[in-house]
Design a protein. Structure first.
Length: 90
């Protein structure tokens, strides 16, 4: 599941932001801000995508580089926001 999640996020970023810089790929750990691929408007686009695609709510205080600055960080953040499976009572 994490690989599907990561691929979906990667596809969105590549489709939405890479063309602006004439790039074809980026590494999973590469800083989107540092590479100049995303700005404040791009962050809003990314947040909207994450909320609609994965059914999560991104709180204002969670819009920080530690959560949204690379494919790896975004994947971990979205994964952490997913509901935990219900425990089965024995």
């Amino acid at each position: 599941m994490a690989n599907d999640l990561k691929q979906s996020i990667r596809t969105f970023i590549e489709t939405s932001f890479l063309f602006r810089e004439g790039r074809e790929r980026l590494t999973d750990g590469e800083s989107l801000l540092g590479a100049g691929l995303i700005d404040s408007t791009g962050i809003l686009e990314l947040v909207t995508y994450l909320e609609s695609e994965f059914g999560i709510v991104v709180l204002d205080e969670e819009i920080i580089p530690e959560n949204l600055d690379s494919v790896d960080q975004i994947t971990a953040y979205v994964f952490s926001k997913q509901p935990l499976p219900h425990a089965i009572a024995v």
